[in-house]
Design a protein around this ligand. Structure first.
Ligand code: SF4
Ligand code: SF4
Length: 169
């Protein structure tokens, strides 16, 4: 299924955001425990995965399966030239935005995939509302658990779409 490129990860334009933001637990998917906000020990000082070409062999198939849906590079673009590593005061805000934008981008991808969207088409209306929301951090709900944000985000979309519709007379 086709989606616009910007809803797939572009690690060359990101500061390894998922490799520090995500928490994971030792399991079949990940070889170690890692809390949110702690850089993965496999991440280099210039924010590149040092085992990228052998993730599964090294016990990290979860990293192969995971995608940020383009949230990483989008949040990085909100902080030009700055990273969680060089700017620790910004780090928590970046992690929050990364997780929330990922939730929004994942919803956008679901909408696009179920709409029969083709290259060159405008985004479906609900995806457009979500896209605007993802690009405006001040409007993002401030919620510690990004998964819990999904229903609030969907309420925002429903409200915006309802506002677009002519009122029944
Ligand atoms: S957050 Fe996304 S773009 Fe950034 S390194 Fe991770 S997968 Fe790549
Ligand atoms: S193993 Fe590589 S891709 Fe997975 S979290 Fe660590 S640095 Fe990132």
């Amino acid at each position: 299924m086709t989606v616009p490129d910007r809803f797939t990860h572009d690690c060359a334009n990101c500061c390894g955001m998922c490799c520090v933001t995500m928490k994971f637990e030792r399991s079949d998917e990940f070889a170690i425990d890692k809390p949110r906000g702690q850089p993965c020990p496999n991440l280099s000082a210039d924010n590149v995965c040092t085992i990228h070409d052998r993730l599964t062999e090294e016990g990290f198939p979860g990293c192969v399966a995971w995608t940020c849906y383009g949230a990483g590079q989008r949040v990085q673009a909100m902080y030009p030239g700055r990273t969680w590593r060089d700017d620790p005061d910004l780090a928590e805000e970046m992690y929050d935005h990364m997780m929330l934008v990922r939730v929004i981008h994942r919803l956008i991808v679901k909408i696009i995939e179920s709409s029969g969207w083709s290259e060159g088409d405008p985004l479906p209306p609900a995806a457009r509302v979500l896209d605007d929301l993802a690009g405006d951090p001040a409007r993002l709900p401030s919620i510690a658990d990004p998964e819990a944000a999904e229903s609030i985000i969907l309420d925002i979309v429903r409200g915006a779409l309802a506002g677009d519709r002519p009122k029944a007379t």
